[in-house]
Design a protein around this ligand. Structure first.
Ligand SMILES: [Zn+2]
Length: 306
């Protein structure tokens, strides 16, 4: 039956469907994508790894990567457990080197605990067996849709799954305190045991300096290659996130000034395939003002090549 096995190896069920190209298993898709993007196949790494905690607990992970244009996304899923880790790399990085970086991140993630476990179950903590669980002073919570019930959320802490109600009870030990939070992409760096989050003041000068540094890193002479355009676009995510913080703080005027300068700079960059940077400019417009059109804010963003 068509579609039941990968078009290339004809062995395993396909996982990736590309309109007009075919259906592939992950391995065959990655090989196809590497060829398409002239990437070198440096992705020889162990697809399984285990982390042994200092206390002796054993966690085994299944690791896979997927080539997405010039970016590569990595995922590690614990077999028989709830840990999940993500990483992003660039296609021109050495695959084996990225894998070993990712292994270290997984080991750090597993060995840095966010839960306090005590032998004394109490009514205001989460109790399982003869243990009681609450959150430490700082840590990481991975949020997902609950695969057993998509109308609910599941919270993963130290690889353990907590329901919505249980998650609230993880704070049972700290009534009267405040929770300061920050949302991160799951591929961001993870804090180590001795890392503490610090506040960063977002300023127009700081953000623009960072932006222009990125531009000078990826562009030369007003030109950008399509691979670098993809990379720059990826790095712009962090800048967009902070522009959004300014808007949410009520500093829309400053956000508009920053966005204006960023857009005016991007406008003048010529990309070989002509696609960049319209998507990013439009996205930044939407952040600072979802109601006004691009034209009203900064003049036409799209122009005809003469
Ligand atoms: Zn295949």
């Amino acid at each position: 039956m068509a579609g039941s096995v990968c078009d290339i190896c004809k062995k395993v069920p396909p996982r990736i469907h590309i309109e007009g190209v075919g259906e592939f298993c992950l391995d065959c898709y990655n090989k196809w994508a590497l060829e398409k993007y002239d990437g070198e196949d440096t992705y020889q790494y162990a697809k399984n790894m285990s982390v042994i905690e200092p206390g002796g607990a054993y966690h085994t992970f299944e690791i896979e990567h997927m080539i997405m244009g010039p970016l590569v996304t990595w995922e590690a899923r614990e077999i028989g457990g709830g840990y999940k880790f993500r990483e992003i790399s660039y296609i021109d990085e050495n695959g084996a080197a990225v894998a070993s970086r990712f292994f270290k991140k997984i080991a750090r993630g597993v060995c840095t605990k966010s839960l306090d476990i005590s032998d004394y179950p109490t009514s205001n903590t989460v109790n399982r067996g003869d243990k009681s669980y609450s959150l430490k002073e700082k840590g990481v919570v991975h949020i997902e849709e609950d695969e057993d019930d998509y109308s609910r959320l599941a919270f993963f802490v130290d690889g353990m799954k907590f329901s919505e109600e249980e998650f609230a009870k993880l704070f049972g030990a700290v009534p009267g305190f405040d929770l300061h939070y920050q949302i991160h992409d799951a591929s961001d760096d993870l804090p180590g045991e001795h890392d503490y989050p610090v506040y960063e003041r977002i300023t127009k000068d700081g953000l623009l300096k960072e932006f222009h540094t990125l531009v000078s890193e990826y562009c030369s002479g007003g030109h950008i290659s399509s691979d670098n355009a993809f990379n720059l676009s990826y790095e712009l995510e962090q800048i967009k996130r902070r522009i959004r913080v300014l808007v949410e703080a009520g500093d829309r005027d400053v956000a508009v000034e920053i966005a204006g300068e960023i857009i005016n700079t991007l406008k003048d960059i010529k990309c070989e395939d002509g696609i960049f940077p319209y998507g990013d400019m439009a996205a930044i417009c939407r952040i600072v003002d979802p109601y006004r059109t691009n034209d009203e804010l900064w003049g036409p963003l799209f122009w005809d090549e003469e």
